[in-house]
Design a protein around this ligand. Structure first.
Ligand code: HCA
Ligand code: CU
Length: 380
């Protein structure tokens, strides 16, 4: 299966605001929006302006930046919320309503047919005041909503022709890729519009779930930089990018400025006050580090041996570790070459054996290994 046309809806400035550690200032939001725009995400979702005076100010400011990324306000299905968002000049409205029996009970208390009526009323009003606005409606907690009820909601809404897109949210991260594939496929069969998927990451499935959604016909994927969001967040932008790059690197190079990704992630990490996890796709410190002798030898000869992502495409460096007990003499050979030291295979093997002995006792630094190589060269 291949991916068709798709869009990234980055919600670092909405879902990401719900991350426990983040408290973005207005300036932070502008910087983050500009970096997201430079990377090339198609949409930037922002917090509903009705939330607070600062949220309103920020929404208006972000909408007036004139970015290529479309600014979508995330709003409840209420005229007051949408009026504020339209006044701020956003180009898209992402409205949502809980559809699962559990969350319905905690919020609006409507059943499926009442949800449909309410959403149609609001959407018709939206179309009367802003005919050209891009309008999305999403079912919150769609994966804990019986599928028959979900379709009871999407089918009549889709028939109205009022919506550009329908959202499907895995709010509590209960879905796995096969479930996402099936459910998004069922929804795609009844709606004639684009489909947006929003997946939380409590079980670590968010990137795989986003991929499954695309395979099943979703056209828009919600992401956050570093995957930040409510609880432990949603699909990480850099994870989705890695996943799609593996499917079609040329398409990803053409669609996004991949070199901007690292600085975008650095920026969000700094503004959210968190470290970048060592194992984060593409941007983690260990993402392009090779250690075992067998890996190092192969990668030094041909990086593709153990890499599906080319670090150069992301402005990152490959790191081949050789100062440790798992290293082989080939790795030391490359290090010696890099230092301009010419040693015979026998000498290199001897240095390797000394180095392994030392590394069995304690962690070595690269400087110490370099010193061993320099000393061996001086001895011949
Ligand atoms: C929430 C809402 C949401 C909305 C997703 C959407 C979710 O914070 O509970 O609008 O598609 O996860 O359901 O983020
Ligand atoms: Cu969410």
């Amino acid at each position: 299966m291949s991916i068709g046309k798709f869009n990234i809806v980055d919600t670092t400035l909405r879902e990401g605001e719900q991350f426990a550690e983040s408290d973005f200032s207005s300036e932070d939001k502008v910087e983050i929006a500009q970096a997201l725009n430079a990377f090339g995400v198609e949409y930037i979702e922002v917090t509903s302006p009705i939330v607070s005076p600062r949220s309103r100010y920020d929404c208006e400011r972000l909408a007036s930046l004139g970015l290529k990324s479309r600014i979508a306000a995330h709003v409840r299905c209420r005229e007051a919320d949408i009026t504020e968002a339209l006044d701020c000049g956003v180009t898209a409205i992402n409205m949502f309503m809980a559809s699962s029996p559990l969350l319905r009970g905690h919020s609006h208390g409507r059943d499926a047919s009442e949800i449909v009526k309410r959403v149609i009323d609001v959407a018709s009003w939206v179309r009367s005041v802003a005919p050209d606005i891009e309008l999305r409606f999403s079912c919150e907690d769609a994966f804990r909503t019986p599928v028959a009820e979900l379709l009871e909601i999407y089918r009549p809404l889709s028939a109205t022709g009022l919506f550009n897109r329908f959202g499907v949210a895995d709010t509590v991260s209960i879905a796995t890729p096969m479930v996402v594939m099936e459910r998004v496929g069922q929804i795609a069969n009844v709606v004639g519009t684009d489909i947006e998927f929003h997946g939380h990451n409590d079980t670590g499935c968010a990137i795989a779930n986003a991929h499954a959604a695309l395979m099943a016909g979703a056209t828009h994927i919600d992401t956050c930089v570093l995957g930040i969001g409510e609880r432990n967040g949603i699909t990480a932008l850099e994870g989705l990018v890695a996943c799609l790059y593996v499917m079609d690197a040329d398409m990803m190079r053409a669609k996004y400025d991949l070199h901007v990704l690292s600085s975008l992630v650095d920026l969000v990490a700094r503004k959210a006050g968190v470290e970048i996890p060592f194992n984060q796709c593409i941007v983690g410190s260990a993402a392009f580090t090779h250690k075992a002798g067998i890996h190092a030898k192969a990668v030094l000869a041909n990086p593709k041996a153990y890499e599906v992502l080319d670090p150069a495409d992301f402005g990152r460096d490959r790191n081949v570790m050789v100062a440790h007990r798992l290293a082989g003499w080939n790795g030391l050979h490359r290090r010696a070459e890099a230092l301009g030291i010419d040693l015979s295979p026998e000498s290199l093997k001897q240095v390797t054996s000394v180095m392994k002995g030392m590394a069995d006792e304690r962690a070595l630094t690269m400087r110490e290994l370099d010193q061993l190589l320099v000393t061996a060269a001086a001895a011949v």
